[in-house]
Design a protein around this ligand. Structure first.
Ligand code: SF4
Length: 241
């Protein structure tokens, strides 16, 4: 599925954009796209960084879209509430089919029988609809999270969503994220302290061991690496986000 939109031209070259810091890239994107730029959050540590950077460090007005599958951990929802309160966020919440309706229409526990379909229904389709009013989307993915993300550019056109994808944290590693969170005393998801280095839906997330990749706890035991959201940025075999 794609929107078939043509990419609006950018005022900067890829080389110029790659040279920008995270904050500089957000500032550039805000000047470039104005109100047609949004930030998405799923309440992992990258969400904490980006919310603080946008609201507190840069002081820019930006729509914040919550990517909630209705299957998040209680700690993720509590993190959302703490960030909403501290930064005065007014979240945009995409429409999503209820879990009960999904059970009825697609069969019970779709995440066990067909996780790609489940991610499509609960993540990709709601995001496609949520991004229609925008020309650009800021996401917190990082190159060091997994081999499939190692080659992501800081700015890339997404055919699927019909927006420019902006990755301010592409060049950050995990320690950069934690340094920023701690230095600025930003609320973060406490599951990270319990061994969950990457956090998604309850049925598809487990803690990781210290010697595992950061995203090894997502869809553990299967060859699924991504849920499909970032499908047109990542190298094969990450054909799903
Ligand atoms: Fe479904 Fe699991 Fe994907 Fe969440 S992560 S949408 S539960 S398959």
């Amino acid at each position: 599925m794609s929107t078939s939109r043509l990419a609006p031209e950018l005022s900067a070259t890829e080389e110029e954009l790659e040279s920008l810091s995270a904050a500089e890239l957000i500032r550039w994107a805000h000047a470039e796209f104005g109100a047609r730029l949004c930030l998405t959050c799923s309440w992992q540590k990258q969400s904490s960084v980006l919310v603080h950077m946008v609201v507190d460090e840069l002081g820019v007005e930006m729509d914040v879209v919550e990517l909630d599958t209705h299957l998040f951990f209680r700690e993720s929802y509590e993190t959302r509430e703490r960030l909403v309160e501290r930064y005065g966020l007014s979240l945009i919440r995409p429409d999503i089919i209820t879990v009960a309706k999904q059970h009825a229409s697609e069969g019970p526990n779709l995440w066990e029988t067909d996780p790609d379909r489940c991610c499509h229904v609960r993540k990709v389709e709601p995001l496609i609809n949520a991004l229609r009013p925008y020309d650009a989307w800021i996401s917190g993915i990082r190159r060091d999270q997994s081999p499939s993300r190692a080659g992501i550019p800081k700015v890339i056109w997404s055919e699927r969503y019909g927006v420019w994808k902006i990755h301010p944290l592409a060049g950050w590693d995990e320690s950069d994220v934690w340094s920023y969170v701690m230095a600025n005393d930003i609320p973060y998801n406490p599951l990270h302290d319990a061994g969950y280095r990457s956090i998604g839906c309850i049925p598809c997330t487990r803690p990781t061991q210290p010697d595992e990749e950061e995203r090894a706890g997502r869809w553990a035991g299967s060859d699924k690496l991504e849920c499909g959201i970032h499908v047109d940025d990542c190298d094969p075999p990450a054909a799903n986000d």
